[in-house]
Design a protein around this ligand. Structure first.
Ligand SMILES: [Zn+2]
Length: 297
């Protein structure tokens, strides 16, 4: 699944092409791409055509484009395999193309933003913008203190300057659930999926099944630091790609997969201590950790 770094790569790639642009026409090829839109495809098109995009914003794995002069945004969630691709307006359809947004940018001219999605768990929607409860910017990419209603329940992510480390640590220290489960809880901390949870826990030498309340504030501060480092490193390398589904707006895959220490390395030697990386079933997925240097407390 695309996680925060992959979505941020897409946001940063889209921003120069769409911020300040007008959506001139919208073509919906497959209505399954609009499952999160409250009305039908005709309504989706009518809401967007003629609208000006003022920013490209991200919180966790959600990406949105606020529209000028109204409290609305185009919200995108990439699901399992969604892609946002920048193409020339007359480019042939992508294999799994669902929606094509034609934009006209004052500096870059006409472009097409193509939403392509093989497995159709991703979605686009026009959504209402709500004021953020803390009055701060809603996410990375804009100072606007307004968040789409569909994103309002999602916690801020650790790369967001308004993420509250002390509040997060206080909540974790009251929980009996496993720290890995807590890291995956989008209502507490967003943007971390299986890959980056395993990598951060490995870096902080914490066993994934450790109860939240068993961790000291100091250990949790160290963990948050490692989460930020892992996400920033993945971001610098263009995200992680295993099957070429997670690509930037030019269709290129990231290469962070080569930098993983624990995830997907079952049976290999731990790069830190030489112990074996183990894989264990965890919430319909797997946890990867070193049994020697990530001891269970
Ligand atoms: Zn180890």
């Amino acid at each position: 699944m695309p996680e925060l770094p992959e979505v941020e790569v897409v946001r940063a790639g889209l921003a120069p092409a769409v911020v300040g642009a007008t959506m001139t026409s919208v073509a919906v090829l497959d209505e399954r791409a609009l499952t999160r839109h409250a009305s039908d495809a005709a309504d989706f098109v009518a809401q967007l055509e003629g609208a000006d995009v003022v920013a490209a914003v991200r919180r966790g794995k959600f990406l949105w484009l606020p529209l000028a002069d109204r409290r609305q945004a185009l919200v995108a969630h990439l699901g399992m395999s969604g892609q946002m691709l920048l193409r020339t307006p007359d480019a042939p359809p992508e294999r799994h193309e669902r929606v094509r947004l034609h934009v006209e940018h004052p500096a870059h001219g006409r472009l097409a933003v193509v939403f392509s999605d093989q497995r159709t768990f991703g979605s686009l929607a026009v959504d209402e913008l709500l004021d953020t409860p803390d009055g701060r910017a809603a996410g990375l990419g804009s100072d606007l203190p307004m968040v789409p209603s569909q994103v309002a329940h999602i916690a801020r992510d650790v790369l967001d300057p308004a993420f509250d480390d002390a509040a997060f640590i206080a909540v974790v220290r009251r929980r009996s659930s496993a720290i890995k489960r807590i890291l995956l809880d989008q209502n507490l901390i967003s943007g971390i999926g299986n890959i980056y949870a395993d990598e951060s826990l490995w870096a902080a030498r914490i066993h994934p099944e450790t109860e939240g309340r068993a961790l000291s504030a100091q250990a949790l501060r160290r963990l948050l630091g490692e989460v930020r480092l892992v996400l920033e490193k993945a971001l610098a390398e263009g995200g992680t790609s295993f099957d070429a589904q997670y690509v930037n707006v030019n269709g290129q895959a990231g290469y962070f997969a080569h930098s993983l220490n624990a995830y997907g390395r079952t049976g290999e030697a731990c790069p830190r201590c030489g112990g074996r990386i183990r894989r264990e079933a965890f919430m319909n997925r797997s946890s990867h950790y070193c049994a020697r240097c990530q001891r269970r407390r």
